[in-house]
Every structure is written in structure tokens, then in C-alpha cells.
Ligand binder design. Structure first.
Ligand code: PAF
Length: 337
């Protein structure tokens, strides 16, 4: 967090008051009065500046600046400029990153409880996922994040993950056999693609593009909006199969350290505005998804949309046993009955 001194006049006034009181250290986190400081928070994510991740943060920045009379500014960094998702998450735990939005898969490396969200086909549909996240289970997951120094502001959405590849149409699990596929840095994703007979390699999104372009991997899996915005058809991705194997949850997060360093009146405003953006971001994703599929098709990507998910589901069901937090997993399944 960067802080700038306010007007020179304010400095003089502060010095005069301090002198009158016989000195003393300013306590940044306790006061609610305007101390003249401007707090600049840095928010990072991995997607372009027209992706809903970014638009959500811009909305938050505008509201926060307005409600704090310019005392809190939020600078938003797209394209992994201040770190890829795993690095951003680590930065939140250390207090070197103030705010981030990330798909949940890499966050799991710091908050193991979140692994339940990235289990393939765990959610019946989008609405069920949203109900689970906005209910007691979502709160429990936010508590687990809090224990690691991360405040969960709100749940958003990355979108349904679909497989794209450079070689052939994938219509059934056997078509994935031997396919070199980039997966996220997440043990469950890795195991699921191994079960499906592919050759998965976990890597950050920043490395994935080069790997696709150079043919180090033939395939990747991501929502249509990501494939569209990153023009994956220019990285040899000619086929997209609407597997929808993971409903990829996104989460807006704040470093607990940053929160604690802000004066009380300001931190509440940041929290409140952060709590609003997830739902807004999700609505934008839903609106953009079909448009992205259309663009991909227009750009020559063959969309395989008549896929029977059942055989994929059956094969990956074995990874359910890998999940450490079985009770949480069962609660998610139970909540959707
Ligand atoms: O595949 C990923 O790493 C993520 O889905 C992405 C593209 C960074 C968006 O969260």
C-alpha cells in the first residue's frame, strides 16, 4: 500500500498540533478522523482490462474513491502485471499485494479447503453453485481464507471450463488420450486429466500462452471468454469442446494485513464495496459468454457442443476420494439435493 502525504498545509497543521501536544506517534489504524493520508491500494489479476475481473475492480475503485472523498485509491493491474494468480495469492498472505481476483484453483495451494470447489462436475449448475457460495459453505470457506491472512470479499465467476486443442475434435474421453494439456496449478485438475488419459502439465497462465504457441502443449481448458479475449485460435487452438467439466469460481480477495493497516472508517468502506462486486462481475460473465462463443466460431474455431458429459463424469469421479476435506465436499453435494 502506497501512502502519500496530503496538502502541505495539512502537514503544517499536524506538526503544529503534535508540537502543542508534546509529540506522539500517529497510529494509522486506529483513527476515524481524516488524517490527510491518501492510501493507494494495488489490485491485480491475470486477465485483460475488458474482462469482468477488471471491470469489477474498476467499479469498486470508483465507489471507494467516491465514498472516502479520495482518501483511498485503487490501482488495478491486469495481465498478471503484478503477478500471476498463485503469486498474487501468496502476496495477499504476506501483505505485499493489497487486492486480487483469481480463479479458486491456484488459491487452493494456500487455502486447502477451497479444493472442494474445483472438483469436476461438483455443482449441478450455476445457480446451485451461487447458492452454495452465498450460504454457510461459502462463509466457512471465507473463514478458512481468513485463517491464512486473506479476506474473502465476494465470490465471482471465471466461468465453465471447456477443453480447446490443436489436433482434433474431442467428443469422448478417449479423444483426450495422450493429449498434452496445460492445466492450472491444482492437484485435483491434474489428477482429473490424468484419469482421462491426457498428459497434463500444470503451469501459470502467463506460461501457458507460450507453451501453446510453441506446441509444448496441444491443449488447454478455460472458459470461452478467456479463449476469446486471448485469441487462442492464434495459438493453434482449432477445436473447443464444451465439456463444462469445472464451474470455475473466482474470488475477490484482500490482504488481511492491508485491511488492518487502514484506518477503521476507510477499511469498512473498502470491505463493503468489495462485497458488492462479485455478483456484478458474475452477471457480466453470463452476458458475455455466448458472445465469446460466437466470436470463436467466426474466427474458425470448431465448437463441439453436443457432448455427453456422463462418460467424462464417470471417469473423473475417482478424484472425489482425493479431496482432503470430505465433510465439506459432502456438504456441497447435500446442499444441492
Ligand atoms: O487458466 C487459468 O489459469 C485461469 O482460468 C485464468 C485464465 C488465469 C483466469 O482466472
Amino acid at each position: 500500500m502506497k501512502k502519500k502525504l496530503g496538502a502541505l498545509l495539512m502537514m503544517v497543521v499536524v506538526l503544529m498540533v503534535l508540537a502543542a501536544c508534546g509529540g506522539g506517534e500517529a497510529d494509522e489504524s486506529s483513527g476515524s478522523a481524516d488524517d490527510g493520508e491518501v492510501y493507494t491500494l494495488q489490485a491485480g489479476h491475470s486477465l485483460p482490462d475488458d474482462h469482468p475481473y477488471h471491470l469489477g475492480f474498476l467499479e469498486m475503485a470508483e465507489k471507494v474513491e467516491e465514498r472516502t472523498d479520495g482518501r483511498v485509491k485503487i490501482e488495478v493491474f491486469p495481465f498478471s502485471e503484478i503477478g500471476a494468480e498463485r503469486e498474487l495469492t501468496e502476496g495477499l498472505t504476506l501483505g505485499t499485494v493489497d487486492l486480487a481476483v483469481s480463479s479458486t484453483a491456484p488459491v487452493t495451494n494456500f487455502v486447502p479447503e477451497l479444493a472442494v470447489l474445483d472438483v469436476p462436475f461438483i455443482f449441478n449448475d450455476r445457480d446451485s453453485a451461487v447458492d452454495v457460495l452465498n450460504g454457510e459453505i461459502g462463509d466457512e470457506l471465507f473463514q478458512a481464507m481468513d485463517d491464512q491472512g486473506i479476506i474473502g470479499l465476494s465470490w465471482g465467476e471465471n466461468g465453465y471450463r471447456h477443453v480447446t486443442n490443436a489436433l482434433h475434435p474431442v467428443e469422448k474421453p478417449e479423444d483426450l488420450s495422450g493429449l498434452k494439456i496445460r492445466v492450472q496449478e491444482n492437484e485435483i485438475h491434474l489428477a482429473a486429466f490424468e484419469e482421462l488419459g491426457a498428459q497434463p502439465t500444470p503451469m501459470a497462465w502467463t506460461e501457458a500462452l507460450t507453451a501453446l504457441q510453441q506446441g509444448v502443449v496441444d491443449a488447454q481448458e478455460n472458459p470461452a471468454i478467456v479463449a476469446d479475449q486471448y485469441k487462442l485460435y492464434e495459438s493453434n487452438q482449432e477445436y473447443m469442446t464444451l465439456t463444462g467439466h469445472v464451474y470455475s469460481v473466482a474470488v475477490y480477495m484482500m490482504s488481511k494485513q492491508t485491511y488492518e493497516e487502514l484506518p477503521e472508517d476507510l477499511r469498512d468502506i473498502v470491505l463493503e464495496e468489495g462485497q458488492k462486486i462479485g455478483a456484478m462481475e458474475r452477471d457480466m460473465i453470463v452476458e458475455m459468454e455466448q458472445e465469446s462463443l460466437k466470436t470463436l466460431e467466426e474466427q474458425g474455431v470448431e465448437i463441439i457442443d453436443e457432448v455427453d458429459p456422463a462418460p467424462f463424469q464417470e471417469i473423473v469421479s475417482s478424484v472425489y476420494d482425493m479431496v482432503e476435506h470430505q465433510e465439506l465436499l459432502n456438504n456441497i453435494l447435500e446442499a444441492q439435493k
